[in-house]
Structure formats: C-alpha cells, structure tokens
Write a protein that binds this ligand. Structure first.
Ligand SMILES: [Zn+2]
Length: 81
C-alpha cells in the first residue's frame, strides 16, 4: 500500500476536487481509489479521489469528469522524475 499512499500524496499536491468526479455524483470526495482508464491500450492503474459510495463500487465502470487529472499508481512513474 506504500505506492497508493505516495500516489495519494501526488493527488493532494494537485487540486483536489471537493466533490466526487463521477459525472452524476454530488457527494464529497473522501477516499482515493485505484481505477483503470477506459482508454484503449492504456493498461495502467490510476489513483482517483472518490466519494465513499463510488470507491466501494469495486469493478464497476465510472464516468469520470475530464477535469480530473489521473495520477498513475505505478511507483516507477510517480517517483522516476
Ligand atoms: Zn461519487
């Protein structure tokens, strides 16, 4: 879980949205969750801040606002600057 903690730190240094980025959701963000992009060919995992409700919906597709910048959960990318 060390990678996740670091990636969440990355998220915090950016603008953390106050509200869940799911397009139809109006709940506050409370937790960071691992998610994969729906972009074809993009197999990486990302960390996204979500409300508790959406973070608990493991394995379900979410429609995330384009305003959210995805942070890679791959430690080699978040550390290898
Ligand atoms: Zn939500």
């Amino acid at each position: 879980m060390r990678n996740l903690a670091r990636a969440l730190g990355e998220v915090r240094r950016q603008t953390i949205p106050n509200w869940c980025p799911e397009v139809n959701c109006v709940s506050k963000t409370e937790v960071g969750a691992h998610a994969r992009s729906a972009t074809p060919g993009d197999e990486r995992w990302y960390v996204v801040p979500l409300c508790r409700g959406h973070a608990s919906q493991v394995g379900q597709d979410l429609q995330i606002s384009d305003a959210i910048r995805l942070v890679s959960a791959d430690v080699s990318e978040t550390c290898g600057k």
